[in-house]
Write a protein of this length. Structure first.
Length: 358
C-alpha cells in the first residue's frame, strides 16, 4: 500500500519513464508490475485490442508522426466486441464490462453491464467525455486516461484528489472522421508527450462500437450528475449499472438521441456509499434520476429538435440514469429513486413489430 501522494515509479514501454501521484483513495497492486498509472493500464488494453484487431474488425493505422490509431467504426466495421474494448479504454480497465440481455416491451436487445470499485477514478477521472478536440475542420469528443495529462477540468481532478504524470497517453475519440498527424500532434502536445507515445481509438456515434461505449457510461452518467449537484463523489465506494445498447436508428444526431435515451430511460445503477448525513443523501438521490428533469418523458431527439438543436436550451438534468439505488454503508440502509420508461425506449429505438406473413 502506498502512503497518500507518494510518488512511485511504474513500468512503461521500453525507453519510457513515468510518475503517478496516487491519492489515498486509489491504491492498486498489479502483480509483479507493482503500481500502475491509468494511462499505462489503458496502454495495455490498447495493445491487447491490436492483438485481436482482425477478430474485432478494427483497422489500425500508424500516422507519420508515430501515433497509432485504432478505427472501430469510421471506415472499419467494428462491432460489439470493439465497443467493449472502447469502454475498457475509456475506464482505464478499472471496471468489469460485459454484455447482458435487456428486454424492451417484450423485445430482447443487447445491453451492457458495468461494475467498478474505483468509480471516481474510472468514471470521472478517465471515462467522462469532457475534452473537446478542435483543429480547423476537425472535431471530436475525447474520453479516457489521457484527459488527465492534458489538465482538462482541473477542478474535477482537484476535488477527487487525482493527478498523473506519464510518458504515454491513451485517448478514445467520438467522431465520424479519423484524426490526422496535425490532430494527433495537437493532442500529444496538450498531454505533454511525444506523438509516437500516443494511442487513439475512435468510433462515431452512429456505429455499433460507438453505441456500445455510450451505454457503458451508465455508471459514469450518475456520478457526473451527482458531481454537478455538488455531491462529494469520493464517498461513492463502488458502482454497478446496466443499460440497453441502442440500435442504429439513423444519422449521428439521431443515434446521439437514442444512445442518450438508453441511459435516460433504460439505465439502472447501484452505488455503495459512505455518507453520514442521510437527510442530505436522500436530497441528492431525489434529484439524481433523469425524471427529475423538465425534459423527461420524450425521446431525446425530439427534445433536441424542439430546442433548435441547441444543447444550451436542453435541461441538462435529464442526463442521468433512469433508476438509482444507493446502499449507504454506515446506516446499512438502501434507498431507491427513479423509474424505467420502456414506452419511450421503444419509440426512440424505432422498434417495429411486423405481422407474420400468411
Amino acid at each position: 500500500m502506498c502512503p497518500q501522494n507518494e510518488r512511485v515509479s511504474f513500468k512503461l514501454p521500453p525507453g519510457s519513464v513515468g510518475i503517478f501521484i496516487w491519492p489515498s483513495a486509489f491504491m492498486m497492486g498489479k502483480g509483479d508490475y507493482g503500481v500502475m498509472g491509468i494511462n499505462e493500464m489503458g496502454f495495455e488494453v490498447f495493445e491487447e485490442m491490436l492483438d485481436y484487431a482482425d477478430e474485432l474488425q478494427v483497422e489500425v493505422h500508424e500516422l507519420d508522426n508515430g501515433t497509432v490509431v485504432a478505427d472501430a467504426g469510421v471506415k472499419s466495421h467494428g462491432g460489439i466486441g470493439a465497443g467493449i474494448y472502447l469502454s475498457r479504454l475509456c475506464m482505464a480497465d478499472l471496471a468489469e464490462i460485459q454484455l447482458s440481455p435487456y428486454e424492451v416491451k417484450g423485445v430482447m436487445l443487447p445491453g451492457v453491464q458495468v461494475a467498478t470499485d474505483w468509480p471516481a477514478i474510472s468514471c470521472m477521472a478517465s471515462q467522462c467525455a469532457m475534452w473537446q478536440i478542435k483543429a480547423e475542420k476537425y472535431f471530436a469528443m475525447g474520453s479516457g486516461p489521457a484527459r488527465v495529462l492534458a489538465g482538462k477540468t482541473k477542478d474535477l481532478y482537484e476535488k477527487i484528489g487525482f493527478e498523473e504524470i506519464s510518458d504515454v497517453g491513451v485517448l478514445v475519440l467520438e467522431s465520424n472522421k479519423l484524426p490526422d498527424e496535425k490532430v494527433a500532434g495537437l493532442i500529444a502536445e496538450k498531454c505533454g508527450i511525444d506523438p509516437e507515445d500516443l494511442r487513439i481509438a475512435i468510433a462515431p456515434t452512429d456505429s455499433v462500437a460507438g453505441l456500445v461505449q455510450v451505454s457503458a457510461r451508465v455508471v459514469e452518467t450518475g456520478l457526473h450528475k451527482l458531481f454537478t449537484m455538488g455531491f462529494d463523489i469520493n464517498t461513492i465506494k463502488s458502482g454497478w449499472g446496466r443499460a440497453p445498447i441502442s440500435p442504429i436508428t439513423g444519422d449521428s444526431t439521431m443515434c446521439m438521441g437514442s444512445s442518450n435515451d438508453a441511459i435516460i430511460y433504460g439505465g439502472e445503477t447501484y452505488y455503495t456509499i459512505s455518507y453520514e448525513n442521510l437527510e442530505e443523501l436522500q436530497y441528492y438521490l431525489k434529484g439524481m434520476p433523469s425524471e427529475a428533469s423538465r425534459d423527461w418523458g420524450a425521446p431525446f431527439y425530439k427534445t433536441f429538435k424542439a430546442a433548435g438543436f441547441d444543447f444550451f436550451k436542453v435541461d441538462h438534468n435529464v442526463f442521468a440514469p433512469a433508476k438509482v439505488v444507493m446502499n449507504e454503508l454506515l446506516s446499512r440502509r438502501t434507498f431507491v429513486c427513479g423509474r424505467i420508461n420502456q414506452d419511450v425506449l421503444a419509440e426512440s429505438f424505432n422498434l417495429e413489430a411486423l405481422k407474420r406473413a400468411c
